[in-house]
Design a protein. Structure first.
Length: 399
């Protein structure tokens, strides 16, 4: 099936083809026709599934087909949890919508709002926003909601995890009732479903299972190692294998700073990417990482949301994530556009329960390896599939 067969207009289909995308992904095949019909949608899909295009393309199609002569006011509103994701989504809108006479804008905190206010005054069709900055500018009467036709809640689970529920509810209270609602989330937890029920009625539901999202072109394996040997093991792997660009996931910003220091002592330059750094600093780090000026980026899960690199060859789970769905989200950073990628996870006895949950979520055991010189003194048992223990995850302040 082609993008034209999904119902997209010819200019959009040609723009997508020019970017090298010939066939829609599973989530795109399911979501695009339904959104074009005007249905509300709830979709569970992880990063790397083509999720962003599944709502951006039909929005562009619908707004292009119903151009208005009025001064441009926001007609599609996309709420996202982080600055990085706002920029990423707006980049996709600009790429796909290049042949269309539609304007888009990303607004977020941590930067001077004057330029954002001026762009809103000049008029935009599609607004990508973090909840806090959107409410700030709404309070200053820099943005109006009367013309909004489509609302997207992207990465709804992460917005709730980051404590945006009050801001989201304030925004929802100010939006028109007659709108199309689209909610995308890595998981459809009870919290996400409760949010959906409050605004969405009779939605079309889509779920891309972890087994589908965990693609064959990503080689996944775990290395068993004692906790106190993880930094030495990472240094060994980087130097022994001459790894190039690598995204390293860690649970806390304190842990990120410590690991960067340990790598530097071994002659490996790395940078920490977490919420404790300024927006400008994070933006520069991301640009340098994409350009290859920085080879090793140590990132917390929350901060890394929105990192989108087409040809990232490798991710390392230095700390195993919790909950299990976060694992699928993380490994989706590599293996984009059917390129080969690898996902390596360090496992020690103390995070065995996390491994159980991840392998239960995937429905199979991951390939295990031991590295000479790093065989754990405390062996890691084989996972018990379907075992789901309780676990306290770090707070967002830690990340």
């Amino acid at each position: 099936m082609s993008f034209t067969q999904l119902g997209l207009c010819q200019p959009l289909a040609q723009a997508v083809s020019a970017l090298g995308y010939e066939k829609p992904t599973h989530i795109q095949s399911q979501a695009i026709p339904v959104i074009l019909q005007g249905r509300d949608v709830i979709a569970a899909a992880q990063t790397g599934t083509g999720k962003t295009a599944s709502f951006v393309l039909p929005i562009l199609h619908k707004l292009h087909g119903a151009q208005t002569q009025k001064k441009k006011r926001v007609r599609a509103l996309i709420l996202v949890p982080t600055r990085e994701l706002a920029i990423q989504v707006d980049d996709k809108i600009q790429q796909y919508g290049q042949p269309l006479a539609l304007r888009s804008l990303a607004i977020y905190g941590g930067v001077d709002e004057k330029a954002q206010k001026q762009a809103l005054i000049e008029g935009v069709d599609i607004l990508v926003a973090t909840p806090g900055r959107l409410l700030d500018l709404y309070g200053q009467r820099a943005v109006y909601f009367e013309e909004v036709e489509i609302l997207v809640l992207d990465e709804a689970d992460r917005m709730l995890d980051m404590g945006f529920i009050d801001d989201i509810n304030k925004i929802l209270d100010r939006l028109p009732e007659a709108m199309q609602h689209l909610l995308f989330s890595a998981t459809l937890s009870n919290k996400v479903r409760d949010l959906a029920k409050s605004v969405i009625h009779n939605p079309f539901e889509i779920s891309i299972a972890a087994k589908q999202a965990s693609k064959a072109n990503i080689e996944q394996w775990i290395i068993t190692v004692d906790k106190d040997q993880k930094s030495a093991l990472l240094s060994h792997l980087i130097q022994q294998n001459r790894w190039d660009q690598t995204l390293i996931f860690i649970e806390t910003k304190h842990g990120a700073a410590k690991l960067v220091s340990q790598l530097e002592k071994r002659g490996i330059h790395a940078e920490a990417f977490h919420s404790g750094r300024s927006q400008a600093s994070r933006a520069q780090l991301l640009e340098d990482f994409k350009a290859g000026k920085i080879k090793y980026l140590v990132a917390t899960g929350v901060a890394a949301r929105g990192i989108d690199i087409e040809a990232l060859p490798r991710v390392v789970n230095y700390d195993l994530p919790f909950p299990a769905d976060e694992y699928v989200h993380r490994i989706g950073r590599t293996g984009r556009a059917n390129a080969q990628g690898e996902a390596i996870s360090f496992v020690s006895k103390d995070n065995f329960k996390n491994l159980c949950m991840i392998e239960s979520r995937l429905g199979h055991l991951l390939q295990r390896r031991e590295i000479d010189g790093f065989t754990p003194k405390k062996p890691v048992p084989i996972s018990i599939l379907n075992y789901v223990p309780k676990h306290k995850r770090p707070t967002n302040d830690d990340k």
